[in-house]
Design a protein around this ligand. Structure first.
Ligand code: ACO
Length: 360
């Protein structure tokens, strides 16, 4: 069955107030503003302050999204946080968000697929809404990657940033909403991009800390080669699954990892620059957060309007990649209560269909 009725009704993002420029990095490692700008497109990024973490950034983004959706936390059925830099191994960051928001009826869990985490979380939430196990979901991408950076390794530390973005996804017959979502992985390439220590295979120890094994390590060139092909392949698959072509897309919102990767993807998919959203210059690579931050900024800047069709595409550690097509809604469902769209989650498809008339 085609995906017709999980629609974004609210969106928001939060970037920590501390901005670190390329010039700041010139004082830390052997690099230059010129090298970082020409190789990556990044000019500055935001880093969390002491006391901030992935959950605190996620909570701030979530509050903005809920406000825009006119959704009370108590009416949420589900919270999914995509992140490669959670507060803890467990409990899930989503549970910390759930408690802070007072989302007393929501289930909550994290999804980890590195930079593909947000599209993965969106795909799961979409499926649960279509399947009738949730009426709505708060889908968040949030990262505090600065805590995993080796500030003596110039090949990684200049690339990443912190932040969070969130969308509220709701069952609705008002829009086609999420039309397709495709996910892929190749675990044999895990060594290309990883944080080796701190899990159960290599528990944190004095030695792992001394050797910097708890930092992000990346073979950037190899990742670069896979990134363009995998994002393009996923984008084409998601377009086909939605029954549309690139001409039907109003805005491409790609994962913001490197401007050269974004440009190469846009060229290969025949998207002119005005149909591609880019904000990597201000945030760096915020991994799971980059797409929801970009979606929120695009909407705030008037680049994304109700009824527009959006293509999302991402790749990341794992190796993982994916894409999604959706019709952007971005405003609250006007008479949610009258339509019975709040309250208990549907337990069966019949229960769902009773309360949300599907098109056709
Ligand atoms: N400043 C100055 N010089 C640098 C820096 C730096 N910050 N970093 C590397 N260099 C040097 C290298 O040491 C090398 O020097 P050498 O020739 O003397 O050995 C030279 O620059 C070229 O290095 P390359 O790695 O070949 O540079 P490249 O053009 O490939 O750019 C980069 C590197 C930006 C990392 C690129 O490979 C890239 O963007 N890869 C993809 C990375 C990515 O997208 N990662 C995110 C994945 S998403 C996720 O899951 C987190």
């Amino acid at each position: 069955m085609a995906n017709h009725n999980a629609v974004v009704t609210g969106y928001g993002f939060h970037a920590p107030s501390r901005i670190v420029t390329n010039r700041d990095f010139e004082k830390m490692v052997d690099t230059s503003d010129e090298w970082i700008t020409t190789r990556t497109g990044i000019k500055e990024r935001h880093f969390a302050a002491d006391g901030e973490s992935t959950s605190t950034l996620a909570i701030r983004a979530a509050k903005v999204a809920l406000e825009r959706a006119h959704m009370r936390p108590a009416d949420l059925d589900l919270i999914v946080v995509g992140s490669a830099s959670p507060d803890y191994l467990f409990p899930a960051t989503a549970c910390i968000v759930q408690s802070a928001l007072g989302a007393e009826h929501a289930g909550a869990f994290d999804v980890e697929a590195a930079c593909t985490s947000f599209i993965s979380a969106l795909a799961i939430a979409n499926g649960m809404i279509l399947g009738g196990t949730a009426r709505n979901a708060l889908v968040i991408g949030a990262e505090t990657l600065s805590r995993l950076l080796d500030f003596t390794d110039r090949t990684t530390c200049v690339l990443f940033g912190d932040g969070a973005g969130a969308v509220v996804l709701e069952a609705s017959n008002a829009s086609v909403g999420v039309e397709s979502a495709v996910l892929h992985a190749d675990g044999s390439k895990g060594e290309l991009l990883l944080v080796r220590a701190g899990g159960t295979r290599m528990p944190a120890s004095k030695e792992t800390v001394e050797q910097g094994q708890h930092f992000i390590r990346m073979q950037g060139g190899e990742v670069f080669k896979l990134a363009v092909k995998s994002m393009c392949d996923a984008a084409e698959e998601a377009l086909a699954a939605a029954g549309v072509t690139g001409d039907d897309i109003d805005l491409l919102v790609p994962h913001q990892a490197n401007l050269r990767i974004i440009d190469a993807v846009a060229r290969r998919l025949h998207f002119p620059p005005e149909k591609v959203f880019v904000n990597i210059q201000h945030y760096g690579n915020t991994s799971a957060a980059s797409i929801p931050i970009a979606l929120s900024e695009a909407a705030e800047q008037g680049r994304l309007h109700k009824g527009d069709r959006v293509l999302l595409a991402a790749f990341g550690g794992g190796f993982t990649w994916g894409a999604a097509v959706m019709e952007w809604w971005g405003v609250p469902i006007p008479d949610r209560r009258e339509k019975g769209l709040v309250g208990r989650a549907a337990r069966t498809v019949d229960d769902l269909l009773e309360r949300v008339r599907l098109p056709g």
